[in-house]
Design a protein around this ligand. Sequence first.
Ligand SMILES: Cc1cc2nc3c(=O)[nH]c(=O)nc-3n(C[C@H](O)[C@H](O)[C@H](O)COP(=O)(O)OP(=O)(O)OC[C@H]3O[C@@H](n4cnc5c(N)ncnc54)[C@H](O)[C@@H]3O)c2cc1C
Length: 528
Amino acid sequence: MSEPFESLARAFPEVRLSADAADRVAYARDLWPRHHLAVRAGNVAQHRPAGIVWPTSTEEVARIVRWAHDTETPVVPFGAGSGVCAGVLPHERIVVIDLKRLSRWRSLDTEGRTLDVEAGHMGMPLEENLNRRGLTLGHFPSSILCSTVGGWIAARSAGQCSGKYGKIEDMVLALECVTGTGEVVHLHHRTSGPNLIPLVIGSEGTLAVVTCATLRLHPNPTVRAFAGFSFPSTEHGWDAMRAMFQAGLRPAISRLYDPFDAMLARRGSVEKDRADSAAAPGLGATALRSLLRRPGTINELLEGAFGSKVLGGSLLVLIFEGFDDGPSRDMEQAKAILSRMRGTYAGEGPARQWLQHRYSASYRQAPVFAAGLFSDTMEVAAPWSKLRGLYDGVRRALGEHVFVMAHLSHAYPDGCCIYFSFAGTAAKGDGIAGLEGWDARCELTYDRAWKAAMAAAVDAGGTLAHHHGVGRSKAPRMADELGTGGVSTVRALMRAFDPKGILNPGNLLPRTSSKPTLNDAHPRTVRA
Ligand SMILES: Cc1cc2nc3c(=O)[nH]c(=O)nc-3n(C[C@H](O)[C@H](O)[C@H](O)COP(=O)(O)OP(=O)(O)OC[C@H]3O[C@@H](n4cnc5c(N)ncnc54)[C@H](O)[C@@H]3O)c2cc1C
């Protein structure tokens, strides 16, 4: 046990903590796909923390953070570790504060439709318990089975029904949190003067540890209306989505798939992939690896006329939910708009099928990595007027290195999020020889793809992220998005909330003014 952790154990004999080897390995990373490459290469736990502590009350969190402040020990708040941007990347001095034992409902106000819930509560049981009372939070991230309320707030999460209920920031009415000095603060929505809640939402564990949130609830809908629409191109589809949102319609689900993604959706890929994943990677994997070493050719083919004509164009999946005849009336209005904008009605099937598999699609990574490939996602956003530039720029930048497809699943009257999914493998001719170098070469391709895509997103006037957060993976480009004034404001906030810089240091935005390079932030984790 390291010296700081021993002193923590002495200071808090009543709090559950561990410096066991197995626990330190389990908390050595989140689900950043770049880590999976290191794991595949046999480096399972390069980022082991000093230990883990599991507080059960706000008072315990406050005392632990006060101890960390006094001893200048860095700490990292931990929800369920489902983050995909290296928001959790410990080292041997770091103490991980796992919030999952802080998971009580403090109070439910059925009249005002609000819930005070502690930050470590897991997503799915929260929603199921609300449903039993005829209520919903309306927040359905694809990771709802493996993420917490505190993680959603810290990473500024968006759920599948953001079109109707908004992102997590639209659901938080008050926060209780512990700042970097160990002070407990209560932030409430204000009707005058500055509202401080938005400062903590999206701060990714760098300003405060969120311990409790008051969340806005809704009556659980009893009726849904379903439809699918085909469009000649993705752009035709998003023009129609914009028209629908600007006409005041708020579908719970509106997901527009590019032609390749749409073809997978039409074929019911989820079931098929599940069957495929049971098989050991064999000949198919070898063929896929060879194909993905020249991603440019496949990308060009699929993006051109082939994508539209042979694959059947783009697909919009639409679901309205509510009560009585509300959803079907909304759907009729949507149908009128979408048909005017070159949408062809494709029946209810695609939307019903999507709903049935709504949480399956995100868990297909293991077979991809087992086949010697890698996959990841990048979600960016822009006002509608910049969407075309963002879509083309990021797609082109990624497409030079990896196979890329896209869908648009979070739309608003003023803009939209584009979600790129990509898969790649070791590039040819990058100077690392031999089969043992395969993972190192994959890592090189991975880094090149991300570097190019982030530059393209910033150049197009888009954001680096929409709902996965920034973490350490995008921190090196954060200054470009925030601008000089934004950077100094965020750094000033970090000094005010956490004067000694003990809260998740290095995450979101480096505290020093020296601009980190991608290599500082992403040291090589896989050796050739
Ligand atoms: C398969 C899959 C699908 C996903 N789909 C979605 C999706 O649809 N929508 C979406 O928004 N995200 C999605 N994500 C990303 C991820 O689930 C979200 O970022 C989620 O909000 C993280 O929650 P968590 O509890 O796992 O947080 P963690 O991963 O544990 O932490 C995330 C960050 O928040 C900080 N943090 C955690 N808890 C607290 C706290 N109480 N106080 C202060 N800081 C804290 C951590 O330090 C870290 O920086 C997906 C991830 C996976 C693996």
